[in-house]
Design a protein around this ligand. Sequence first.
Ligand code: ATP
Ligand code: MG
Length: 357
Amino acid sequence: MRRHRIAAMGGDGIGPEVIAAGCRVLDAVAEADGGFTFTTETFDWGSAMYRATGRMMPADGLDRLKDFDAIFFGAVGAPDIPDHITLWELRLAICQGFDQYANVRPTRLLPGVVGPLREDLGRRIDWVIVRENSEGEYSGVGGRAHRGLPIEVGMDVAVFTRAGVERICRYACELAMTRPRKKLTVVTKSNAQRHGLVMWDEVCAEVTAQFPELTVDKMLVDAMTARMVMKPETIDTVVATNLHADILSDLASALAGSLGIGATGNIDPTRKRPSMFEPIHGSAFDITGKGIANPLGSFWTASMMLEHLGEGDAARRLMRAVEAVTARGEVLTPDLGGRATTAEVTDAVIAALKGAN
Ligand code: ATP
Ligand code: MG
């Protein structure tokens, strides 16, 4: 029996609600599969801990997480605590501490979900966006000078390293090769950002040349946003810098119909340290505690995590169960136009899982 150790960290707002639902579904998947089990430990780190102790996570937090096979993460963020604390001291501390340098966002329109694109014009989405997750525009390098004076300056230096670009591009190529279309779009802005992104282009050209079966094209990020809306069916795998892919992946999730559905993995492809999987939505305090948060994003997250743990069959079975529920359209939360609760959607997916054996 294969055993997977999961750190479940709900975080803030609806995070704990959707992660609890995700853990129920994971146990049901394991039971249906029969070949593996989960040992899940729950961590209540986040804004409540910050208010009580001044820390988003304990000082030895990373040490306590390092031996898990994966981290199942909810959301962080609270109206009374600035993002540079909630985000940097928990989520980014884990991403950076474990060098989860690839942020991966699969995007598809699930059956029954209505998105803003005209499918009747052939505008279909089946993408995976690979975001460089460790350097670039979000390196935190820069500074402020002459505060308050008319000559005040603020600088954010985008730091690209050859090794950093090499490894993200290689990861994207390998991922694109596992997909039927074997197609990669390298996003850039090297006509305007003429140092770092010129190197980005050169390194990506070297790496992609090592994958002769891959169809590769290059797009400027501004033109890419238009292509995502007007010709989405021509896109498969995308690799972009930290900032560019941050923006492209928000556009992608809007095009996929609801914030409550999407999922992301923060991956350490070397597998030396745990990777972290999370729904794309935030803490959503407007619906916290009402029992109506859409748990499908958490289930998609769970499916990505299963895939990473080597349980590909179980991952696909879980997505089939999610898609059976969205396609039927009877048990959906209010954000998808339904009236069901988090618990009812969870029950429906578990029932579909049992039926789909
Ligand atoms: P953050 O500041 O962490 O981004 P947020 O409160 O802005 O959190 P978002 O995730 O950005 O929350 O979501 C914006 C809105 O979308 C929420 O206020 C909520 O109404 C809706 N929403 C987000 N996720 C879900 C979900 N899983 N189920 C239902 N509605 C959701
Ligand atoms: Mg938000």
